[in-house]
Design a protein around this ligand. Structure first.
Ligand SMILES: Cc1cc2nc3c(=O)[nH]c(=O)nc-3n(C[C@H](O)[C@H](O)[C@H](O)COP(=O)(O)O)c2cc1C
Length: 155
């Protein structure tokens, strides 16, 4: 099983989390690939026969609960060029800050909703990272991802 992590970020926290996962979770899957969302389109989810890949959306939140700038074209493309994603199994790391209670982690939540609309299957619960907690995002992300991968690999 391989893991592909798609990163939506403005100030790189999500990217650092993804890189930490790439370094520390190699023992659990055959390969880990991290890609910024900038140039992605719906084709990144492969063909219906591709069942050997897990996907992890790692996206922060900006504006009034929007996805980051580098993620907006990819996010919009999932509606503009909709395809059935029944073969896709995914998880979500949603970055936000609880000082924005009305839109907390909406960037990742928006991706989750869109993927579910397209028939993709989320493994486990979406994980919200709160920038206000002051804990180390990379260490928290690795700990969460190891548990998530254990679940995904046995589901
Ligand atoms: C201008 C601005 C707007 C933000 N808006 C939201 C928001 O609406 N909801 C939320 O949960 N977090 C919001 N955040 C918090 C970021 O999503 C959070 O700090 C995140 O960890 C940043 O990750 P990144 O460095 O990968 O972009 C905002 C941050 C800034 C600077």
């Amino acid at each position: 099983m391989q893991l592909k992590i798609f990163v939506g970020t403005m100030t790189n926290t999500a990217e650092y989390m993804a890189q930490a996962i790439e370094m520390d979770c190699t023992d659990l899957v055959s390969s880990i690939q991290v890609e910024l969302m900038d140039a992605l389109g719906p084709d990144v989810f492969g063909e219906a026969t591709d069942t050997d890949t897990l996907y992890l959306i790692c996206s922060s939140t900006y504006g009034t609960g929007d996805v980051p700038d580098n993620a907006s074209a990819f996010y919009d493309s999932l509606s503009a060029q909709p395809r059935f994603l029944g073969h896709v199994r995914y998880g979500v790391i949603a970055l936000g800050d609880s000082s924005y209670p009305q839109t907390f982690c909406f960037g990742g939540k928006r991706f989750d909703e869109r993927l579910q609309d397209l028939g993709a299957q989320r493994i486990g619960e979406l994980w919200c990272h709160d920038a206000s907690t002051g804990t180390q995002p990379e260490a928290d992300a690795v700990a969460w991802c190891r548990q998530w991968l254990s679940l995904a690999l046995t589901a």
